[in-house]
Design a protein around this ligand. Structure first.
Ligand SMILES: [Zn+2]
Length: 322
């Protein structure tokens, strides 16, 4: 529906642009989006040979007369043959002011396996790690990809600069418990709450202003209770859809092949930048990132807003959300 409307608008814009172009000002409308915008300046110029030359000085402001030999710079135009992106892809998925993903999904105990959008989310667990996290950050920088880091509280406390760097690079930070306690979900509710809250406080001390809107249970050992406590603290529980098992160090080629073969639109991918020798994961990133980012949009999970807001619903400020 929107696309049809956009096409009609684009056709209308083309007609107007051609008319205006006759007076040498076609570039003013050349910014219209979509494939229909592409022929505007060129067709206007070539289609009216008599009118183009005299119209140029008349259309330009007087200041342009100072450099008469330089032709006007045409507005950027999408290359021919590049299809317009769907509206859902044009809209920013993440960034300031974007509410986090919904609380419930199709994973264990209602956790999230997908983003619910076309965007793939790479997640890195068990850091920050002084050996591997900087290498992962450097590769993400190289390929212009944003991701989500599920950090362990006691490592956040030990390496706050790395957490600050993760946030400064535009990645989203996720709570992965204080001490990577795989059995945390079976502990008393108050103990779970204290663990997750302590981790959030450490993250926010390391990266002031960071919003912690996601929790990932160590080992994926989810319980109803831990999901509920995470929600009480304003966090969506983050499972995954793709697990290349990089934690078992199968080698870069196998990790990369698994990510490439298994990852579809909207899926959450589990990777590790800590918790062991991660050379294979780092080298795998160098292999699969160009292909993955070329085929699908890859982005950080939306970090959330203060006060936390889900689906447009205002929620009270949680103790963990400063
Ligand atoms: Zn973990």
């Amino acid at each position: 529906m929107e696309n049809e409307g956009r096409s009609r608008l684009a056709v209308g814009a083309t007609a107007i642009a051609i008319l205006v172009g006759l007076y040498g000002a076609g570039h003013l409308l050349g910014r219209a989006t979509g494939p229909a915008a592409e022929p505007n300046p060129a067709s206007a110029a070539t289609g009216a040979p008599g009118a183009a030359a005299p119209a140029l000085p008349a259309a330009d402001p007087p200041a342009a007369a100072a450099a008469p030999a330089v032709p006007p710079v045409p507005a950027p135009v999408p290359p021919a043959g590049v299809p317009a992106l769907p509206v859902s892809v044009q809209q920013p998925f993440t960034g300031p002011g974007k509410p986090p993903l919904p609380m419930t999904g199709s994973g264990p105990h209602g956790t999230l396996r997908t983003t619910g959008q076309p965007f793939v989310a790479l997640t890195f667990d068990d850091g920050p790690d002084p050996r591997w996290t900087p290498e992962v950050l450097e590769l993400l920088r190289t390929y212009g990809v944003k991701a989500t880091f599920c950090v362990v509280g006691e490592l956040v406390s030990a390496y706050p600069d790395l957490v600050r760097q993760i946030g400064a690079d535009g990645h989203t930070i996720c709570n992965h418990s204080w001490g990577h306690d795989v059995g945390l979900g079976s502990r008393p509710r108050a103990a779970i709450r204290a663990d997750l809250h302590r981790t959030n406080v450490a993250i926010q001390a390391a990266a002031p202003g960071a919003r912690v809107s996601y929790y990932r249970q160590p080992g994926g050992a989810w319980t109803r209770r831990v999901v509920e406590v995470a929600e009480e603290l304003g966090m969506s529980s983050l499972h995954w859809a793709v697990d290349p098992q990089d934690w078992s160090q199968p080698g870069a080629r196998q990790i990369a092949d698994a990510v490439t073969a298994d990852t579809g639109a909207g899926e959450i991918v589990l990777l590790h930048d800590g918790g062991g020798q991660r050379n294979g994961t780092v080298r795998a990133l160098d292999r699969f990132l160009p292909e993955l980012a070329g085929r699908l949009r890859v982005d950080a999970l939306p970090p959330g807003v203060d006060p936390p807001r889900y689906h447009g619903r205002e929620l009270p400020l949680k103790p963990s959300q400063i």
